[in-house]
Design a protein around this ligand. Sequence first.
Ligand code: KIV
Length: 294
Amino acid sequence: MNPANPNTPGTPYGTLPAASPLPQRKPISLPRLNELRERGEKITMLTAYDATFAAVADSAGVECLLIGDSLGMVCQGLSSTVGVTLETMCYHVESVTRGLRRVQGTAWVIGDLPFGSYHESKEQAIRSASALMHAGAHMVKLEGGGWTTETVRFLVDRGIPVCAHLGLTPQTVHALGGYRVQGRSDAEAQRMKTEALALQDAGASMLVLEMVPAALSSELTAELTHCHTIGIGSGNGTAGQVLVMHDMLGIGLGKTPKFVRNFMEAQPSVKSAMATYVAAVKSGTFPDNALHAW
Ligand code: KIV
């Protein structure tokens, strides 16, 4: 028995962190995210890959957990996300959702469709998206615009919430020629606007903007009234923010990207680092356009 809570069974390894810390927080859903946006409150997201960190992030008040294919780099030691398989993604989505269940977590869970799992056809995309949903995701994410628009529509029409992803799309890093800012020229910016509006029209309810100039991502956010922009390295004008968990805890293996802040600095615990991230995003102090954006 768990002495702290007689209704929660103990385990030989102790218990996961105390049950969801924000007892007043309703389960995060699309309507709840819309409410946050309507009242001008920033949406907070972190990546999560396992049960315990997911439970801690939930208890720190993070609203959305993205099981990103960045796990290929931070968990598997790959040099890019291209080698991540659907089977691996499902394993991590299951781990995260089990962790959340054990603490009655309320976060919105997004599963990333990995490279090659939606590129062949809309039918392949729905099979892959269903696998992530069966594993416990509430929403799936896929990268790119243009050709993906009809895939997004196909999934949304069949009841699967979709988060799109424009700007730097790591699955196409080889085609992009490296990890660099996207949308700098007028032509690229115009193309991104057209793609973003088409994705919104197709029913995407979230859009990650990665390494997009701050002015452009603010413009996109103003235009996308039904699709919440979530920035990473894209300035503070988006509807929400996301960071890779390892980066914001200061334990990345490579060079720290300019858009990252180490929230672990001067914090006594991972939970307080995550709570500091949530507070900084909500108050608009992170990201700082002068330091973390282009
Ligand atoms: O895979 C991932 O973690 C992502 C985020 C960086 C947005 O796509």
